[in-house]
Write a protein that binds this ligand. Sequence first.
Ligand code: SF4
Ligand code: SF4
Length: 455
Amino acid sequence: MEDSNQSFRDRPLNIDDSGKSKKIFAKQPKGKWYKRRTWFAWFCIFFLVLAPIIRINGNPLMLFDIANRKFSIFGNLIWAQDTFILALIMLIVVVFIVLFTVVYGRLWCGWACPQTIFLEMIFRRVEYLFEGNHRKKSNQEIDNISKNLLIVGKHISFILISIFFTNVFLMWFTGPEKLLEIIKSPISENRQGFIIMIGISVFYYIIYAYLREQVCIFFCPYGRLQGVLLDSKSISVTYDYKRGEPRGAKNEGDCIDCGQCITVCPTGIDIKNGSQFECINCTACLDECNIVMKKIKKPANLIRFDSVHGIETGKSSIANMRTYAYSGVLIILIFVFGFTVSYRSSLDVSIIRMPGTMYQEVDSANITNIYNVKVINKTNHTKKISYKLIDFQKGELQFTNDITTLQGEKASQSVLLLKLPIQLLKSRTTDLKIGVYENEELITISKINFIGPQK
Ligand code: SF4
Ligand code: SF4
C-alpha cells in the first residue's frame, strides 16, 4: 500500500512510477454503512431488472422506446411531442447534478451510480467468492492450478453476468416482449442486434474485469466535474483531522495510523490526505475506521459524513439552510414533473393550415379553410373522440379520414375542411378553437385561425 504519510502526489494512486496502472484489491468492507449500501444497491438492481417488466395501467414502469419515440416513465407514456416534459426531465437532471452535488458531494457516486453498484455489489463479490477477500486465499492457501481454475471461473462468471445485464439494459429500450422475441429468433434474422448485444457485453466485461476504478478516476465526466462543484460546505466522507492528528499509536490524536481505511478503499486512496477527486464517497473507510475505533475504545466517526467547514468549526453542517433550500428546489421540480405528467392531455392534437392555401368560396354565404390534422393517442387503449368548433355553433367540420376512433399508442392523420358562414367573420383572420371530446368530456383544445375575405 501507499505511504499514508504522503502530503503531495503528482499522479493517481493506481498509477506506478513508469505510468502503468496498478490493480487495486480492496478488502470487503463491513459495517452499518456497507449494509445500508448493500440494501440500497439490491433495491436498485431489482428496479433495473424489473422496471421494464412491471406494468402500471398497461404501460411498462420504465421504457425508453427510442425507435418509436415514446417513453414510459413510472407508467406514464411520454412521447417525443411532449417537449415540455422532456425539457423538465433534462432540467431536473441538471439541477440534480449541480445543486445536489454542491450540497451532498458525491453521494450519487458511492450509492446509486451503476458503475459502483455493479462493481462493488456484484463483480467484486463474485471475485471475493473465487479469489478470497483481499486475495488472501489465492495468494496463500492454494496451489497454482487451483488458483488458475478459480481465475477462469471468475472470468466465466463475469462474462455471463455481463451478457445478462446487457440484455437487461437492452430491455429498457425494447421492452421484455420484443427482447424475448429477438432472443428466440435465429441469429441470422437479427444479425445487427446480436452484434450490438455482443459488443455491449464485451464493453461491459472489460469495464468490470479490467478498467474498474479507472472509469471513475479517468473517464467519468461527472467525477471530473467535482472539482468545480464542491466547496468547503459540501458534505462528503471526511477525515476529522482535528481529532485524528497527530496520528500514530503513541501520539495524542485518535488516528492510530493503522492504514485499515486504505485497505478497503476501492480507489486505493488515503482519506486522511483530505478531499481527493478519486474518492467516490462509498463509506468503506468510514465503516472500517469505526471498527478500529471500537477496538481501541475511542468514539466512532473519526471518518464521517461532514464538510471541511464542519470539521474546521466543529459544527456539523449536514442540516443547514443551504441543504434545505437546494433539496427544496429539487423536490419542487420533481413535484412539478409528477403533476405535469399526471395531468397532461392523453391526446396530442395538431391542426395546421395546409401550406399554400387560402380560403375557398363554397357559395355566396359560406367559405372554407383546409387544415392538416394529426392526432396521437398517448394511452394504450382505443379512444372514441369527437371534434366541435367551440366558438361558432354554425361551423361545419368535415374530415377526409375517420379520426374519431383512435387505436392506443397510434397516430392518425386527416385533412379537415372547416366551413363557416361569411357573415360570422369580423375580420380577415379569425382565431378559433376546436375542442376534442371523449364521451362529451372536453379533453383538449386546439387553436387555429380561419382566413376569410378582406373586411
Ligand atoms: S482506519 Fe482510522 S485509525 Fe486507522 S489509519 Fe484510518 S483513520 Fe486512522
Ligand atoms: S476514501 Fe473512503 S469513501 Fe472515498 S472512495 Fe476510498 S473508501 Fe470510499
